[in-house]
Design a protein around this ligand. Structure first.
Ligand code: ASP
Length: 440
């Protein structure tokens, strides 16, 4: 029998109506046996996520303010959900325990994990599935890093014997047995771990969009939904700022070749985006699948005549960055030049120190910094169409009079990175998007 691990995000479980949709989705496919749940998300733009309310509670607690106010709002959210589902679990006891813990043994991660804990228990009751607490099967090491091997072994032991289960996302326990949370959006990672642990046929990630869009909808009107995307393409998109899945959610399932299907709880009939290692037979491979980008970049240009004739010029630059623990986004090398693209917010506090180091150690003929750059990634495992697609993308910018300050492709051809002035970022995305439509 097939097994699908289905993770439902916060908006999919934000109120009783959404719970009903989720139940209908789960019951419509018997393979959906392992369910991973987030805390209730926003019901409208003005609303607050339960996790944010719990963070408010912690904030008030630390500052000596009245933390009962945000905590009461959390309690009301859960009571409304239960009432809407005609369920009456004893939530007052649960909240008494939370209050008691804040008074006697306050722990931030414990507090903010309660959104997932309670939502998953309610969902398990509503579905008639077994509740699995990740406190007993998701583990972090003494440095707070996820212990993937141990978590997968323990999850396997917890989940495999069960016919069906709801496991709470976002948390587990640390080396000393205390509750520890993942970073925000971490239920995606719990879902991925669960899918890997039971060697699922499919990992479904149910959210409020019908998959991955080929560009930011705030910039491009109605961008296309991408039907298939490879793990590598997704990683590049996420790195460049497209927020689809938590970046750590890909590795556990990609290692086992388990596809991830991003689906929309409000439009379950839509097939969404499937993330896979390579395209299924017969599917058309588009040279460009999407665009993503980041603003707020600075460019450092270093030039020294004859530097390329010797060895180690670039290595010295990289050593300086390493010694200053300053990460760079991109490093481009040319004849006698090295260009670094660095996030301005990271560069600003140590800009002068970095320039001094470079001057002292390399005595460059030219050293210049420019700010307000944006980087755009034109992404796609382009195959043989690579050059055509990339040239079209660059031409579209030239035709629109948008200056290109850096170009970086590399032999892998997975992504073409283009640097354009920040004020031209949106125009550039729109120009290249039109090109995508042409080369598709
Ligand atoms: N509830 C947590 C958050 O809002 C984790 C999650 O939803 O995945 O970030």
């Amino acid at each position: 029998m097939k097994t699908t691990v289905a993770k439902f995000g916060g908006t999919s479980l934000s109120d009783a109506e959404q719970f009903r949709k989720v139940k209908a989705i789960i019951l419509s496919d018997p393979s959906r046996r392992i369910i991973v749940a987030s805390a209730p998300g926003k019901r409208s733009d003005e609303d607050r996520k339960v996790t944010d309310l719990l963070l408010d509670t912690w904030d008030c607690f630390e500052k000596g303010k009245d933390w009962q106010i945000p905590l009461n709002r959390v309690q009301t959210r859960f009571e409304e959900i239960c009432r809407g589902l005609d369920m009456n679990p004893d939530l007052s006891e649960e909240f008494e325990e939370i209050r008691e813990r804040l008074n006697t043994k306050p722990e931030k991660d414990y507090l903010i994990s309660r959104g997932e804990y309670l939502n998953s228990r309610i969902l398990a009751g509503f579905l008639g599935f077994t509740f699995v607490d990740p406190e007993w099967c998701v583990f972090f090491d003494e440095n707070g890093q996820l212990n993937t091997d141990l978590s997968q072994r323990m999850m396997k032991a917890a989940l495999l014997p069960l016919e069906n289960a709801v496991i709470a996302g976002f948390y587990g326990s640390d080396a000393s047995g205390r509750i520890h949370t993942l970073t925000r959006g971490g239920s995606d990672v719990t879902g991925s771990l669960a899918a890997a642990a039971v060697n699922a046929d499919l990992y479904e990630n149910w959210t409020d969009v019908s998959g991955l869009l080929a560009a930011d909808p705030r910039i491009v009107d109605h961008p296309k939904t991408v039907r298939y995307v490879t793990y590598r393409e997704l990683r590049t998109l996420s790195y460049m700022g497209a927020s689809v899945l938590h970046t750590d959610a890909v590795l556990p399932v990609s290692d086992l070749d388990i596809p991830i299907n991003i689906r929309n709880t409000d439009l379950p009939e839509e097939e969404g985006t499937t993330i896979i290692r390579s395209l299924p037979d017969g599917e058309i491979k588009y040279p460009i699948i999407g665009l993503a980008g980041k603003k707020g970049m600075s460019v450092i240009q270093i030039e020294k005549l004859m530097a390329s004739d010797g060895a180690g010029f670039t290595a010295v630059v990289l050593d300086i960055l390493k010694s200053m623990r300053l990460p760079f986004e991109h490093c481009l090398t040319g004849i006698d030049t090295v260009t670094l693209v660095i996030r301005s917010d990271l560069l600003n506090p140590c800009r002068q120190e970095l320039l001094n180091h470079i001057r002292e150690e390399l005595s460059p003929d030219y050293l210049g910094v420019s700010d307000h750059l944006s980087m755009i990634a034109v992404i796609g495992e382009k195959g043989s169409n690579s050059s055509y697609a990339n040239i079209r993308a660059l031409n579209s910018l030239t035709d629109a009079g948008i200056p290109v300050s850096t170009i970086n492709q590399g032999a892998g051809k997975l992504n073409l990175l283009i640097g354009v002035p920040e004020e031209k970022y949106e125009d550039a995305i729109r120009c290249i998007y039109r090109t995508i439509e042409i080369v598709r």
